[in-house]
Design a protein around this ligand. Sequence first.
Ligand code: FMN
Length: 210
Amino acid sequence: MVWDMELSEAIQQRRSTREFLDRPVQQDQIEEILEAARLAPSATNRQPWRFVILQQEKEKELIAEAVTQTFVVNAPVVFVCCLDRSVFTREVVSQRIEELVEINVISREVADLLYLRKMPESVKEAGIPLSAFIDMGIAVEHMVLRACSLNLGSCWVRMFDADRLHALLGLPAEIEVIALLPVGYPVSVPGQRPRLSREDIVLQPRTNKE
Ligand SMILES: Cc1cc2nc3c(=O)[nH]c(=O)nc-3n(C[C@H](O)[C@H](O)[C@H](O)COP(=O)(O)O)c2cc1C
C-alpha cells in the first residue's frame, strides 16, 4: 500500500472540490478509498456503511435528476454513501458484540450491559441511532482524506433528494442514502476556506470559584 502524503498534509491540503479534470480515477485508487471507509471505527463495531460506486456515464446520468448540483455527476466517480438499518437489529448487533468479546476487546460484563439496551428485533422496527450518523461521518471523512492523499479531490454532498435517489438506484428498503462523494482530479486547488480561530472553538469550563 503506497501513501503519497502524510496525514497532517492531507488534513491541511484537503479542499471541497467542485470541478474535476476529465482524467479517469484508477480502479486501485477506488479500492483504496473504499478500504479507508472499511477500516473506520463505529459504535459497537456495527459498520453501518454501504456504498454504491458510480463510474459509468449512464449510471451517473441516472441519478442526475435527484442531485441539486451538476458538478456531482461531472466527477469521474461518485460514491453514494449509504447506511444499512439492518445492522441495528438485535441479531446483527449480537454478532458484533460476540466478535468483540471473543478477541477480548470488551468483557462479558460490558457485553451483558450492551444487551440490556433497547434493540429492534426486525429491520422494520429499526430506526437510526445518532451514533450511526457519527459512524457514517467518520467513514466518509476517512474516504475524503484518503482521496486527498492520492492527490484526488472530493466533496461531501448532502444536497439531493434522498427518496428519489433511493428509487432511481433501486435500493432496498433498509438502505438510507446519507451523502454523495464525487471524486476526481481537481481542476485547481484553492486556498483554505474561512475557519473559526482556535480561541473561537475552545470552551472554558466553569470552575466553582467563578
Ligand atoms: C455534511 C456536509 C455536507 C455538505 N454538503 C455540501 C453540498 O451539498 N454541496 C456542496 O457544494 N458542498 C457541501 N459540503 C461542503 C462544505 O460546503 C465545505 O466543507 C465547507 O464550505 C468548507 O470548505 P472546505 O471543505 O473546502 O474546507 C458539505 C460538507 C459537509 C461536511
